[in-house]
Write a protein that binds this ligand. Structure first.
Ligand code: PBG
Length: 326
């Protein structure tokens, strides 16, 4: 009896052949790096649950951007911890808010970068929910939409290239598009967190953004992890309302959703490789249980392979600094 000869393995024969037939590539231009600005002076505050990630005060935020920029990163997603939180999160639309000042500063120095402003209220409200609450503690859709419009305009005025609403408020894209257009910001892009799940993987981020809900959870506005058809309805609504870029979040446990979004919508697709996904790899790497960099690269590649055109990831800067991809 003769053994079958190699067939599919021919294309895996050596590194050059494998490179020739490789279908997916990670590129720096597709990576978006999240940054956190906080009050204070000369602050570079490490986030314990996210090794390598820091909150910066306004006077130091450009250090982080410059280092990433020099390594080749061109897109940043900015989050802010306000000086003061209140019931409705009003610092979010203060033209002198920290995020607004940071955007002005960063865009002033690097006009060619893509500055994306996360538009939500959980960092800004005293209760930690993503908008205005009723007396019974329900998130009020329509009053939150009005405030989202104000927040978006304020970020656009500061120079943000893109607004990324992340609150999963029905109608958020329409409200923001309308508000921006009315103020003459029709070129400001909307990257919508279209299918965002109520995920436990956001835990470390809530340390970073100091945005944990003070009571209850986000399950009445973020999606149930059990659902997939619903994600397509969410994306369809955002597309209809004028989203320029759609997003699935988290990424790694939701590769099926990414693949469906890619197959069903003809729009640029972002995936958010969230804080918990980052921290798990960091922790297991530190413990010596896995090869951290190899697992990182494989994870990011899988997000791209599933269909994401761009990836928001806390790994962006370190990958760029390693200089292995361009
Ligand atoms: C704000 C927001 C969150 C994240 C991005 N924008 C937190 C949340 O919804 O609780 C999570 C990002 C991450 O985990 O890396 N709404």
């Amino acid at each position: 009896m003769s053994f079958p000869s190699v067939r599919l393995r021919r294309l895996r024969k050596n590194a050059a052949t494998r490179a020739m037939v490789r279908e997916t590539h990670l590129k720096l231009e597709n990576l978006i790096y999240p940054i956190f600005v906080r009050p204070g002076k000369s602050v570079k505050n490490p986030i314990k649950s996210m090794p390598g990630i820091y909150q910066f005060s306004l006077d130091r935020i450009t250090d982080e951007v410059s280092e990433s920029y020099d390594a080749g990163i061109r897109a940043f997603l900015i989050f802010g911890i306000p000086k003061e939180k209140d019931d409705i999160g009003s610092e979010a639309w203060d033209d002198n808010g920290l995020v607004q000042q940071a955007i002005r500063k960063i865009k002033g120095k690097y006009p060619d970068i893509v500055m994306i402003a996360d538009a939500c209220f959980c960092e800004y409200t005293s209760h930690g929910h993503c908008g205005v609450l009723s007396e019974k503690g329900r998130l009020l859709n329509d009053s939150t939409l009005v405030n989202l419009g104000k927040e978006a305009i304020s970020y656009a005025r500061a120079g943000a290239d893109m607004i990324a609403p992340s609150g999963m408020i029905d109608g958020m894209v329409k409200a923001i598009r309308g508000a921006l257009d009315e103020e003459g910001f029709s070129e400001t892009t909307i990257m919508s967190y279209s299918a965002k799940y109520a995920s436990a993987f956001y835990g470390p981020f809530r340390d970073a953004a100091e945005s944990a809900p003070q009571f209850g959870d986000r399950k009445s506005y973020q999606m149930d992890p059990a659902n997939s058809d619903e994600a397509l309805r969410e994306i369809a609504l955002d597309a209809e309302e004028g989203a320029d870029i759609i997003m699935v979040k988290p990424a790694l446990s939701y590769l099926d959703i990414i693949a469906k979004a890619k197959a069903n919508f003809n729009l640029p697709l972002a995936a958010y490789n969230v804080s918990g996904e980052y921290s798990m790899i960091k922790a297991a790497g530190k413990a010596g249980y896995i090869d951290e960099k190899a697992v990182r690269d494989e994870s990011l590649l899988s997000i791209k392979r599933a269909g994401a055109d761009m990836i928001i990831t806390y790994f962006a800067k370190e990958i760029a600094l390693e200089g292995k991809i361009s």
